[in-house]
Design a protein. Structure first.
Length: 123
């Protein structure tokens, strides 16, 4: 298996872990890997009438950087743009937020960190 396949499988596993985690925290799963053109939202959930767009970052180590540090300003702008498309397409009028779920899978051990309101839409 090459590095890209390993990275892709790690990402898929991370998204599965994040979905299960969010569901146990009372979130209702609406979509996984929602796409619009070249943009993608990893997970869309709802809880307490708040629509939450979730970016999942999974790493096999935190040695180089924490997973959430990979959600750059450029990535945030893409997520906000994708969320805007989702809201328009689905004609949604709810409070929204952007969360990050950071997962480290190291030596068979999972560390999950949920960061609510990780960033805000740039006006």
């Amino acid at each position: 298996m090459n590095k890209n396949q390993e990275k892709s499988e790690l990402g898929i596993k991370g998204e599965e872990i994040a979905c299960k985690y969010l569901i146990t925290k009372g979130y209702q799963l609406l979509h996984k890997n929602w796409r619009c053109k070249h943009k993608e939202i990893d997970i869309i959930v709802e809880k307490n009438n708040i629509l939450t767009f979730v970016e999942v970052k999974t790493r096999s180590t935190s040695y180089f950087e924490r997973p959430q540090d990979a959600v750059t300003l450029k990535k945030q702008r893409l997520l906000i743009s994708a969320a805007n498309e989702y809201i328009i397409q689905k004609e949604i009028d709810k409070e929204i937020q952007f969360d990050i779920v950071s997962i480290i899978i190291e030596n068979g051990k999972q560390t999950i960190e949920h960061i609510p309101n990780a960033f805000y839409p740039i006006v």
